[in-house]
Ligand binder design. Structure first.
Ligand code: PAF
Length: 282
């Protein structure tokens, strides 16, 4: 595996791959890699001739400076995992290399980006669109792989792809969980042992919401009852739990109103001060 830190070198390897008609799989990450990332990389490895993994903690998508400062950075371990997965190139640039000038682009991301994470983290999705569009322009991927834990992010990236006219396939990949159900996340390392013991309750309560739906409750009733149950659990505090159309990200009032992808319940929950997200399909 070659570690690339310079945009110019990335351009050379991409051009040479495209000249020899090779397909390119891109896995964009912010590092602190775990088994969830590994599943994306393994899938990219199977489906493409060349696999590029980017490891870049993108400052423009953090609306909280403390979150950016304390975001886990584990480059050596990340590179060991990527080597073991047979990745061809790890793109690990500096902030200056990616943003020689401030990126002032504002994307018209529309309603998918206005709710939930978009409402709670102003500017976050615009920052995601900035970095992902840069990575797509640099790596010209045939396919790009994203985890469904960040369900809304995938909808936002699809919108950005439409706006920018990129020709590639966005490949959503299932959430990978710990044995006790906690969704894998780079932020899990910040959980204290006490918080780590409580965090799997998030998944348990999302699963319990399936039973509420089976009792003929409406999406709004299920969402309210689930958020109440999260807040009633010692150590958990819901920022939101919403049941939305899985394509438009807009709240649904009747189950039958959702489009072809059905509904998804999206939760953001503080556990011991750590902001965790998870979701469940209905
Ligand atoms: O999901 C993430 O890790 C990040 O938002 C991404 C897509 C790598 C962009 O920085």
């Amino acid at each position: 595996m070659e570690i690339i830190r310079i945009v110019k070198r990335l351009g050379e390897v991409v051009d040479s791959a495209l000249q020899s008609q090779q397909t390119i799989g891109l896995v964009p990450t912010m590092g602190a890699l775990h088994a969830g990332h590994r599943s994306l990389v393994e899938r990219a490895r199977v489906e493409n001739d060349i696999v590029i993994v980017s490891v870049f903690v993108n400052p423009t998508q953090f609306n909280n400076p403390d979150d950016l400062r304390t975001y886990p950075r584990t480059e050596e371990a990340d590179c060991r995992m990527l080597e073991a997965c047979n990745v061809d190139y790890a793109f690990i640039p500096s902030v200056e290399e990616v943003y020689p000038e401030a990126d002032t682009r504002v994307f018209d991301l529309g309603p998918v980006a206005e709710v939930m994470e978009g409402a709670m983290r102003p500017g976050h999705f615009n920052g995601v669109a900035q970095i992902v569009s840069k990575l797509f322009a640099l790596t010209k991927p045939t396919r790009a792989y994203f985890g469904e834990k960040d369900f809304q992010q995938i909808a936002v990236i699809k919108r950005m792809v439409e706006l920018e006219g990129f020709k590639l396939e966005i490949v959503p990949c299932p959430i990978v969980r710990e044995a006790d159900g906690l969704a894998m996340s780079s932020r899990n390392v910040r959980l204290t042992p006490e918080a780590r013991a409580i965090a799997p309750q998030i998944r348990a309560l999302l699963l319990a919401s399936l039973d509420l739906k089976a009792k003929e409750m409406s999406p709004i009733e299920v969402a309210t009852a689930t958020e109440t149950a999260i807040n009633a659990t010692e150590g958990l505090e819901a920022e939101y739990f919403q049941i939305v159309d899985a394509l438009t990200m807009q709240a649904v009032t009747r189950w039958g109103d959702a489009g072809s992808e059905g509904c998804v319940g999206c939760a953001t929950v503080y556990c011991g001060g750590v902001r965790l997200i998870d979701n469940i399909r209905y």
